[in-house]
Design a protein around this ligand. Structure first.
Ligand SMILES: [Zn+2]
Length: 289
């Protein structure tokens, strides 16, 4: 079985990106796995601190490892937005393939100092675990927001990105390049799309030579995502679109029969709805559409 690093390096050579989908329950995992299996493309599932608290850090790791082993399939697990060293260490012990160690709210020098320290401790537990660092401001919360935050002041500069990568030794960098966590109602309806600072992505790639992750990609124009991947993005995170699909699918499943109470009769509608999102995004990221 290839490691996550191998998979990302192969994706980089082919100028495609690996899709990262957050999961908060078993049906989201089933939906993402089914989409990736059908398309035969590698995939990363992510669990944030909140999602891990709900699922159980070791329980979600056991589920993902089981699928990987049973089907010999390249599905990987990421500890998304982890704000404490203790949380990152728990994920490392549970066998997560990667961690987003997110101290982007701190001043740059403090972010560098603590990220470097975390990498040393995490690699001592598992040398193959990838550590992603984050700088800049991409907002918080994969939810529907009433107003777009002003993130223009928090964009990552190519020089900052280079300094951060060199000083910390992170395996992957998450920059702020016009991306934003969450969506506006107008984006859920599809009337408005997010747009990315594509030139900045290319400059950051050139200045760092690092693997790059695009967070908060839900609601981004397809063409911007294609160009962002061409400019050097290697991992694309989708969460809010999945949550919208989860809710819509669940409501549809319940509406089919108001008296139905058998979970495995209600929930397939939710799985189908989530799977459609994952399939269409994976096709785009892997140049299959
Ligand atoms: Zn994120």
């Amino acid at each position: 079985m290839l490691s996550l690093r191998n998979v990302l390096e192969q994706a980089q050579k082919r100028a495609v990106a690996v899709g990262h989908f957050n999961i908060a329950d078993f049906i989201m995992l089933k939906a993402v796995f089914a989409a990736a299996q059908e398309l035969q493309v590698p995939v990363i599932v992510g669990a944030s601190e909140g999602e891990r608290k709900f699922l159980g850090t070791r329980a979600v790791a056991a589920l993902v490892h089981e699928l990987r082993d049973e089907f010999s399939f390249p599905i990987f697990l990421n500890a998304d937005h982890t704000h404490s060293l203790q949380g990152a260490i728990e994920a490392a012990h549970a066998g997560f393939d990667s961690v987003v160690f997110d101290l982007s709210a701190l001043a740059m020098q403090e972010n560098i100092r603590q990220t470097r320290e975390a990498i040393a401790q995490l690699k001592a537990i598992n040398p193959d675990m990838l550590v992603e660092g984050e700088i800049g401001d991409i907002g918080t919360g994969s939810e529907i927001h009433d107003f777009a935050p002003d993130l223009t002041k928090g964009l990552t500069s190519p020089a900052e990105a280079r300094d951060f990568v060199q000083a910390t030794g992170v395996d992957v960098l998450a920059p702020a390049v016009g991306n934003m966590h969450g969506m506006l109602q107008s984006m859920v309806q599809g009337n408005v799309k997010k747009h990315l600072d594509l030139a900045r992505i290319a400059q950051i790639k050139a200045s760092t030579g690092s693997l790059l992750t695009l967070h908060g990609a839900s609601g981004t124009a397809d063409e911007d995502l294609r160009k962002a991947i061409a400019a050097g993005i290697n991992i694309v995170h989708i969460n809010t679109e999945m949550r919208v699909a989860w809710r819509r699918g669940l409501e549809a499943g319940l509406a089919q029969d108001p008296h139905e109470m058998v979970p495995y009769k209600v929930l397939p509608a939710a799985i189908e709805s989530i799977k459609q999102v994952a399939t269409s995004r994976l096709k785009l990221f892997n140049k299959l559409a």
